[in-house]
Design a binder for this molecule. Structure first.
Ligand code: C5P
Ligand code: C5P
Ligand code: C5P
Ligand code: ZN
Length: 470
C-alpha cells in the first residue's frame, strides 16, 4: 500500500485487478484538458503492461454515447473523467453483459453501484478541488504498475489535468493533488517553485504577460499595452533581445526579482491593497523535462493547449501531445491554439457587448450560435471578471447545441460554495425538471436542455440557488 492517496488505495487495487484480467480495453474520456490527460495516463499505463487498447472521446457521456460504447467489440471499458454521474445508464449495459465498466472519475456520483469505481467523493476526498479525473486515473496507474514507482512519471500529466480543471485555490493545489505533485518532483518530471503567478510566463512576450494579467489589476499596466511597455522600458533589465521582447522564462532569477519588485512598488504607489499583491506570487507547476519557453512547459499553458484540440474535435492531436509528440501533432495543436484564443476573446467580447440578464440569484446570457457549445463554459468563467458582470452571482451561459437543444454552463465562486452553493445538484435537478440532463461539480457544472424550455430552466435554477444560499 504505497499509493499517493491512501483513502483511495483499496478501490484503486480492485480496479487494477480488473484491468489485469482484461484482454483489451476501450478507454473512454472527456474532451477537455483533464479528459485528455486522463486518457494519456491510461494509454501509457496500458502500453507499459502490453494490454491492447483504443481511445474514444465524448463531449458528454449521454445515453447515446454509452450505447455507442456498448456496441463496440470491447469487453472492458475504462471510463476516465466521466462515468460516475452516468452510473445508472452504465450499469444497465453492464447488467446486460455488454461490458465490464471500470471508472476513474471525480464528478458527483449517481446512486447506482458498480464493482470497479474509483472516485474521491466516495471516500470523503473533495473531487472538485483535491483530485481531478487525471488524478484519479493516476492513482489507478500507480496501483496497476508492475514495478514499484514505474508510473510515477505520469504525475506530470495528472497535474496538468488538475490545473486545467481549475483545482488551484489561491494559486496552490491542495490535498491529494499535492501528494501527486510531490511524486512528480521525486520522479524528476515536475518542478514546484514559487514564482510569478500570471498566465503565460513561458510563451507571452513580457508586455503581453503584464497587460493581460487579469489576476491582479495594476493601474497603468493591466489592460494598457503602451503602459506595460513603458513600465518595462524604464527598468534596468534587458527586456528585449535584438528588439524582440523576451518572456518571463527568458529572464534570470535576478532579472525576475527586479521586475517583480518594480511591479509591486508601482502597484502599491497606485493604491493596490497588499493582500491583492500576495496573489502575484504562488506555486507554479513546471514540467521539468519540457523545453523552456514552450506551451508544454507550464501546467496552465499546457492545459490551454489541450483544450484547443479536443474541444474542436481534434482529441487525436491533444492525446498525441500528451504522449510526447513534439513534432507534427504539436505543430497542429499550436495552430488550433491560435484559433482557440481568438474564439475565447471574441466570446468574452460578445458577452461584454450584449451584457447579461440579472435574475435574483443568477445572471445569464444566451449566445445562440455565436459561441461554440464546447467552449461556452470557459467563456462563462472568464466573463465573471468582465465589465458589467457581477462576481457575486452565479453565471449561466447558453449556446445552441442543435435545432432543439441548448448547452448551458454554470460557474460560481468559492465564496458562494462556502455559503452552500452546489451547482452540480442545481444543474442536475433544474435540467431534469424540463426534460434535460446535467451535473458536474459544486463550483462548475453544465447541462443540456430543450431550447424551448430556457425560461422555465432559468426560473428553476434561480429558485434552487436561492434555496441553497439561504
Ligand atoms: O468535466 P470537468 O471536471 O473536466 O470540468 C471542470 C470544469 O469546471 C472546467 O471547465 C473548469 O474550468 C471548471 N471550473 C471552474 N472553476 C473552478 C473549478 C472548475 O470554472 N473553480
Ligand atoms: O486553462 P483554461 O483553458 O481554463 O484557460 C482559459 C483561457 O483563458 C486560456 O485559453 C487562456 O488563453 C486564457 N487566460 C488568459 N489570461 C489569464 C488566464 C487565462 O488569457 N490570466
Ligand atoms: O461543459 P462545462 O465546462 O460547463 O462543464 C462543467 C462541468 O459540468 C464539467 O465537469 C462537466 O463534465 C459537467 N457536466 C455534466 N453534465 C453535462 C454538462 C456538463 O456533468 N450535461
Ligand atoms: Zn475533470
Amino acid at each position: 500500500m504505497s499509493g499517493p492517496v491512501p483513502e483511495l488505495e483499496e478501490r484503486a487495487e480492485r480496479c487494477a485487478d480488473a484491468l489485469r484480467d482484461a484482454e483489451s480495453v476501450l478507454v473512454a474520456s472527456h474532451i477537455d484538458a483533464d479528459g485528455l490527460t486522463s486518457a494519456g495516463i491510461a494509454a501509457r499505463m496500458l502500453e507499459r503492461a502490453e494490454i491492447p487498447f483504443e481511445s474514444v472521446f465524448e463531449k458528454q457521456l449521454d445515453d447515446d454515447a454509452i450505447a455507442g460504447i456498448a456496441a463496440s467489440a470491447y469487453d472492458t471499458v475504462l471510463f476516465t473523467d466521466f462515468g460516475s454521474g452516468q452510473l445508472e445508464a452504465i450499469t444497465e449495459h453492464e447488467e446486460r453483459g455488454e461490458f465490464t465498466p471500470i471508472i476513474a472519475d471525480h464528478h458527483q456520483p449517481a446512486e447506482a453501484e458498480t464493482a470497479y469505481h474509483l472516485n474521491p467523493l466516495l471516500e470523503g476526498v473533495d473531487g472538485g478541488s483535491e483530485l481531478s479525473g487525471a488524478g484519479a486515473t493516476y492513482v489507478l496507474a500507480r496501483a496497476f504498475e508492475s514495478e514499484a514507482g514505474a508510473n510515477k512519471d505520469l504525475a506530470a500529466l495528472a497535474i496538468v489535468g488538475a490545473v486545467g480543471d481549475m483545482q488551484t485555490t489561491d494559486g496552490e493545489l491542495t490535498g491529494a493533488n499535492v501528494a501527486i505533485a510531490e511524486e512528480g518532483v521525486e520522479a524528476g518530471v515536475l518542478d514546484t517553485t514559487r514564482d510569478l503567478a500570471l498566465y503565460g510566463t513561458q510563451t507571452r512576450p513580457l508586455p503581453k504577460l503584464l497587460e493581460y494579467a487579469s489576476e491582479v489589476y495594476v493601474p497603468g499596466i493591466t489592460n494598457d499595452s503602451s503602459g506595460a511597455m513603458r513600465f518595462l522600458d524604464a527598468l534596468d533589465v534587458e527586456t528585449r533581445t535584438d528588439g524582440d521582447w523576451r518572456t518571463w522564462a527568458d529572464l534570470s532569477h535576478e532579472e525576475r526579482q527586479a521586475v517583480l519588485s518594480a511591479l509591486i512598488k508601482r502597484a502599491v504607489r497606485n493604491g493596490v491593497a497588499s493582500e491583492k499583491l500576495d496573489a502575484l506570487v504562488a506555486t507554479t507547476y513546471t514540467l521539468a523535462e519540457e523545453e523552456p519557453g514552450t506551451e508544454v512547459r507550464d501546467a496552465s499553458e499546457f492545459s490551454t493547449l489541450l483544450n484547443a484540440t479536443a474541444r474542436y474535435e481534434r482529441a487525436d492531436v491533444g492525446l498525441a501531445v500528451c504522449l510526447g509528440d513534439r513534432e507534427e501533432a504539436y505543430d497542429a495543436a499550436k495552430e488550433l491554439l491560435a484559433q482557440h484564443r481568438q474564439n475565447l476573446s471574441s466570446g468574452v467580447r460578445w458577452v461584454e457587448e450584449h451584457g447579461v440578464t440579472a435574475e435574483e440569484h443568477v445572471q445569464w446570457f444566451d449566445s445562440g450560435d455565436e459561441i461554440r457549445e464546447t467552449i461556452v463554459g470557459i467563456v462563462a468563467g472568464m466573463a465573471l471578471s468582465a465589465d458589467g458582470v457581477s462576481r457575486e452571482k452565479v453565471i449561466l451561459g447558453f449556446a445552441n447545441k442543435s435545432a432543439e437543444e441548448s448547452k448551458v454552463s454554470a460557474r460560481g465562486s468559492h465564496a458562494l460554495v462556502r455559503r452552500g452553493l452546489d451547482l452540480s445538484e442545481v444543474m442536475g435537478e433544474a435540467s431534469r425538471s424540463v426534460g434535460g440532463d446535467g451535473g458536474g461539480h459544486t463550483v462548475a457544472a453544465g447541462a443540456t436542455i430543450p431550447r424551448a424550455e430556457r425560461e422555465a430552466f432559468i426560473a428553476a435554477v434561480d429558485r434552487l440557488v436561492g434555496e441553497q444560499l439561504d
